[in-house]
Design a protein around this ligand. Structure first.
Ligand code: GSH
Length: 219
């Protein structure tokens, strides 16, 4: 029996973050699919989001809380620094991913790759409005991981697990590849993340390898 269970739909970036944290910590997990907004889903997560963590009789939602819990409740390498400033940087980067990167970088990738694959027109107004914030986001990531190998210092933390799915899939979009070509620090961070055993175990690897890159013919 696995240590913990994730309840979620399979194609959730926040689920992949939580799984990546568990893989880094060496915590085994089962996956139970949720039917979106079913009574069971809303019982586990009143806001209708995902993932939800189950550890024995305890259920927990909100990925920052889940990541923190996995790090603190189990033996394994610490995934958060012990000093106040290091902890603040972890919280700051999780906030940046939740507040700015998820709504822009993740949506941009969906507009460019997922919607066309489903036969929908991408939202051009959103795509245009995202260009400037995306350039800022990649520049800030690049500056940070040029200074230190990971977002909050010398060692990987849960903050890196938050960023990984977004920058990884953004690199498949031509605009993402172009921004990363001018951001050697961020590019090396992605390589570093992909070389870790956690990535090799995580579903991210298979998803990334299976996802086609789209050329500029995709509007
Ligand atoms: N604040 C939540 C956000 C989670 C979230 O937005 N998950 C997405 C999947 S990656 C979701 O549930 N989407 C469904 C929806 O927004 O209705 C957390 O940190 O766990």
């Amino acid at each position: 029996m696995a240590d913990i269970t994730f309840h979620s739909m399979a194609d959730s970036a926040y689920l992949w973050t939580a799984m990546h944290v568990a893989d880094e910590k060496g915590v085994s997990y089962d996956f139970v699919p949720l039917v979106y907004r079913s009574p069971e889903h809303l019982r586990l997560h009143p806001f209708g989001k995902m993932p939800v963590l189950q550890h024995g009789a305890h259920f927990l939602y909100e990925t920052a809380a889940i990541a923190h819990y996995i790090d603190k409740a189990f033996d394994g390498p610490p995934l958060q620094p012990s000093d106040a400033l290091g902890q603040a940087h972890v919280v700051r980067w999780i906030s940046i991913v939740n507040a700015y990167i998820f709504p822009v970088m993740n949506r941009f990738m969906k507009e460019k790759l997922v919607r066309p694959a489903w036969g929908f027109e991408p939202d051009q107004a959103f795509i245009e409005s995202a260009r400037e914030p995306l350039a800022l986001q990649v520049r800030l990531i690049d500056e940070t991981v040029t200074e230190t190998p990971y977002l909050a210092g010398k060692s990987l933390t849960i903050a890196d697990s938050f960023l990984l799915p977004h920058l990884l899939f953004f690199s498949k979009v031509p605009e993402g590849a172009a921004l990363l070509a001018k951001a050697p620090g961020a590019t090396k961070w992605l390589v570093r993340m992909r070389e870790r055993p956690s990535y090799l175990r995580s579903p991210l690897r298979g998803l990334f390898d299976a996802m086609p890159s789209r050329g500029s013919q995709v509007a």
